[in-house]
Design a protein around this ligand. Structure first.
Ligand code: ZN
Length: 148
């Protein structure tokens, strides 16, 4: 189990040091801002949605290793996916971390690396920030997201 823990930590570290899909989109169809004042994580999610599919996704911001790596993995998870699938993954991910519902981590693929974060409620907000912001962007919610 500790080997598995190391592997997870390595993936989180890798994505926090070399975030994927970081930056802005030239002409986003959707975007939203997210803020986690407890930790100081801030980010903006940009989407290009076409025909019900997330064609492209980027994020920009600053935050801790958990929030940055989660945003990076979020972009990989939803890029090219139908909106319905992105929303379903959002719900599963949040449920996995908040433990409001039983979720099989295997359903979440790589995102399961964050399962251990559920033991640390303050870090849950770091890990779910990018997903709540994605959800707000998809819903064209203009109010900035705050995890407070
Ligand atoms: Zn954080």
């Amino acid at each position: 189990m500790s080997d598995l823990g190391d592997l997870y930590q390595e993936m989180i570290l890798d994505h926090s040091k070399r975030p994927r899909n970081e930056g802005r989109l030239d002409a986003p169809t959707h975007q939203a801002d997210g803020n986690n004042p407890l930790c100081g994580d801030k980010l903006t999610v940009f989407l290009e949605v076409d025909g019900g599919t997330v064609k492209d996704v980027r994020f920009e911001g600053s935050g801790c290793a958990i929030s940055t790596s989660s945003a990076s993995l979020m972009t990989e998870a939803v890029k090219g996916k139908p909106i319905a699938e992105a929303e379903a993954t959002f719900e599963k991910f949040v449920n996995l971390l908040t433990q409001k519902e039983d979720v099989d981590p295997a359903d979440l693929g790589k995102l399961a690396v964050f399962a251990g974060v559920s033991e640390f409620p303050t870090r849950v907000k770091c890990a779910t920030l990018s997903w709540h912001t994605l959800h707000a962007a998809l819903g064209k919610n203009q109010d900035p997201v705050s995890t407070e």
